[in-house]
Design a protein around this ligand. Structure first.
Ligand code: BG6
Length: 513
């Protein structure tokens, strides 16, 4: 039987059990922007857990590339602290850490410094000899997006990106991939000028979440759901990405981004595509991504003449979260006191294809909402009100992405006793109580997949562009004028009134989560 590496990029992510633990090629991972938050909070904890689970190649090295001078040991110490604080598995195993830390190195350079890249090239060759990593490379761009072109260009100029041959080189790009449609096209052109599509891994960490991956299994491995997954039975779909956290120390970033660019254009669109896509012909990366992109391309452009019926934006005011007073967005560090940036957005979208014609998809995402909750709710049509004097409620299939990962189905049931009062009850499946395991972190899965050459759980260029195409006119409309009513929702509430009104106009309401 072929191993995943022999399948050369056609690894089926849903049949790992065929192989047991996946086997990755020897390689070196170079992290650009290695002194940033993401490296210590997410990337190193993920690498350490992969090491612990025996999923890192035995011939492996990791080089942090950043501007600040520091020694290998300084860097190892900082990463150890990150692993201590953020690892899924604790406490840190001293023996594993010792052998892992021998594989960690630091390289100081500016991102545009040719000498720095020449030195990196020589250093990687030296490490190949020492660690047996055979020339294979993953370059992880964990830098502000303005550095992506420079880094990719320099990697190419210094022979660090290979076009062909036995050795491979891949580049992981953190979001945001562009800040609107035209910048995303420019970036896409640039990147494709330097790399083949199968060398580019646009990371969207939502795709690495277990529950998001389970959407495909849930939909296509269960005959009963597929038959009513369409406009004959489904009244509407609600997708919520709620967070109780505010902006914290990310004010400068958020002032540029806003919730639409930060969460909606990428994470939420991936959720929508997975819920709405047709069955792929097989489980290869391209077959799945082909189906997702068709959904995104079928999204109906927002009706600009009736904009407020389809789009709502909000910004949090001071309020209470979990019994504590919290400040408003405009009082956060590095945020303008007159900021027009949205920390909440809601949309009514339509997918103009055969399956979904006429079914609204309501999306909402916000910071400083009452709780952290990411959920997809499929709300079914009501039965004809003929048989029972009391109206029954719609069936709702709720897919909880996080926390308390699981799936519940609300059905109507007779209350025991005489008479026939009807009450909605829930059938509930919870991952943790059923499997008794904490799912791996998204970054573990994604880094591992990139080393395997499996792009299934990464966004393809055409998906990113289709999503920007939908949202760019909305951003343009928002840019035309400052919202008169900001801030328009107190922290700790479910967003602005206008978002409730958007659904009320259709005689619907947001679910209480
Ligand atoms: C990130 C956003 O991509 O996703 C953050 O930049 C957001 O603003 C985060 O908080 C949410 O991710 P998760 O995994 O906590 O749901």
């Amino acid at each position: 039987m072929a191993t995943p590496t022999e399948l050369n990029g056609a690894v089926n992510p849903l049949s790992e059990e065929t192989y047991g633990v996946k086997v990755t090629d020897p390689c070196i991972l170079v992290i650009f922007g290695a002194t940033g938050d993401l490296t210590a909070r997410k990337l190193f904890p993920a690498l350490y857990n992969l090491k612990l689970d025996g999923q890192l190649p035995s011939h492996f090295g990791c080089v942090g590339f950043a501007r600040r001078p520091k020694s290998h040991d300084d860097f190892r110490g900082e990463m150890r602290e990150g692993v201590n604080n953020f690892s899924r598995v604790k406490p840190v195993d001293e023996n594993i850490w010792k052998s892992f830390s021998d594989q960690i190195f630091y390289h100081q350079s500016n991102f545009d410094d040719d000498k720095g890249y020449e030195a990196l090239k020589a250093f990687l060759k030296e490490l190949d000899q020492k660690l047996g990593t055979k020339g294979n490379r993953v370059f992880y761009l964990s830098t502000p997006p303005k550095f992506f072109p420079t880094i990719i260009e320099k990697l190419g100029q210094h022979g660090l990106i290979y076009k062909k041959g036995k050795e491979w080189s891949r580049v992981i790009i953190e979001k945001p991939f562009g800040h609107d449609y035209s910048s995303a096209i420019d970036l896409q052109r640039f990147v494709r000028g330097h790399l083949a599509e199968d060398q580019i891994y646009r990371i969207d960490h939502y795709l690495g979440k277990e529950t998001v991956q389970n959407l495909l299994v849930f939909r296509f491995a269960n005959a009963i759901f597929e038959s009513f997954w369409n406009n004959h039975y489904i009244d509407h779909v609600q997708i919520t990405v709620g967070e109780e956290i505010g902006i914290g120390r990310r004010g400068a970033f958020f002032e540029e981004a806003g919730i639409l660019r930060d969460v909606v254009q990428n994470h939420m669109m991936q959720l929508l595509a997975l819920v709405a896509m047709e069955p792929p012909t097989n489980l290869s990366a391209d077959a799945i991504r082909d189906e997702k992109v068709k959904v995104l391309q079928a999204l109906r452009p927002v009706d600009m003449a009736n904009f407020s019926n389809y789009v709502v934006r909000g910004q949090y005011a001071p309020g209470f979260i979990e019994g504590e007073n919290v400040i408003g967005y405009r009082e956060e560090q590095n945020v303008s006191p007159a900021s027009s940036i949205e920390t909440y957005a809601a949309f009514q979208l339509f997918i103009d294809n055969w399956r979904w014609a006429g079914v609204p998809f309501y999306l909402r995402a916000g910071k400083r909402l009452p709780k952290r909750a990411t959920e997809i709710a499929i709300v079914f049509k009501e039965v004809p009100g003929i048989l029972f004097s009391q109206t029954s409620k719609s069936n709702v299939l709720a897919i909880r992405i996080q926390p308390n990962e699981g799936i519940s189905l609300k059905i109507n049931s007779k209350v025991p006793g005489t008479g026939s009062p009807i009450q909605p009850v829930k059938m509930d499946f919870s991952y943790s109580s059923y499997f008794g395991l904490a799912p791996p972190e998204a970054y573990e899965r994604l880094i591992c997949d990139c080393m395997l050459g499996d792009g299934t759980l990464f966004a393809r260029g055409d998906e990113v562009l289709a999503s920007w195409k939908l949202f760019t006119p909305i951003l343009d409309r928002w840019n035309e004028g400052a919202p008169g009513d900001f801030p328009n929702y107190p922290s700790g509430t479910w967003g602005p009134k206008a978002a409730d009104e958007m659904l009320a106009r259709d005689e619907r309401a947001w679910r209480l989560i």
